[in-house]
Design a protein around this ligand. Structure first.
Ligand SMILES: [Zn+2]
Length: 200
């Protein structure tokens, strides 16, 4: 039987929240303006898989103290039953290979990514894999397209924009990026901003 893992999700978040990953698997302090790295934690208030970006935000939002936590104590979000259920504490260097239970050797992943993640003795291999997932597979559209689309239509209506006239090029130029990743809400709003006004 394997020994129990006592490291809290919030401790892992605390350790990783201001770090970023380079393409060769090196860990650096997160630098807001840097395009070459991907931040480990994309949005403190919205727990997500640190590889594919999968968010179970609806579930976390069910917590009655969500607003309070997101605003004043985001770290507590990671110890909610909803976050604990959806994010596995994944060992970077496997236990069987002597990997520790320190937050520095643990990473929060969804179940699917946990299964997919490499078992390796070289920490850089693990982070190279994370970097690739984040850079090339992370898709805000992959999360909840229906919700995204509904929000988009609502936002267009409020702004008096024609939702069919969006201009991807403009939306991209206007998007505020954190590392290389654009948040779902940013994308949604820059997309609606790029639309033409509805003519009366
Ligand atoms: Zn994942």
């Amino acid at each position: 039987m394997s020994r129990s893992l006592n490291t809290k999700h919030s401790e892992i978040f605390e350790y990783w929240k201001d770090k970023a990953i380079l393409s060769d698997g090196t860990i650096i302090p997160d630098n807001f303006d840097d395009n070459t790295s991907v931040p480990v934690v994309y949005d403190y208030g919205e727990p997500s898989c640190w590889a594919c970006g999968e968010r179970y935000i609806e579930e976390v939002l069910k917590n009655k103290d969500y607003d309070e936590m997101a605003l004043h104590n985001p770290k507590a979000l990671y110890d909610t039953p909803q976050a604990k259920k959806n994010y596995n504490r994944c060992h970077i260097i496997p236990r069987q290979a002597g990997g520790s239970d320190e937050p520095s050797n643990l990473f929060l992943l969804c179940r699917k990514c946990h299964e997919e993640s490499p078992d390796t003795l070289n920490q850089k291999n693990f982070f190279k894999w994370v970097y690739k997932k984040r850079k090339y597979e992370y898709s805000p559209f992959g999360i909840d397209f229906k919700r995204f689309f509904n929000e988009y239509l609502k936002d267009c209506k409020e702004k008096g924009k024609d939702p069919l006239t969006f201009n991807i090029q403009n939306a991209k130029l206007n998007a505020f990026t954190h590392g290389s990743i654009v948040s779902e809400s940013t994308l949604m709003m820059t997309l609606s901003d790029s639309c033409e006004d509805i003519r009366r």
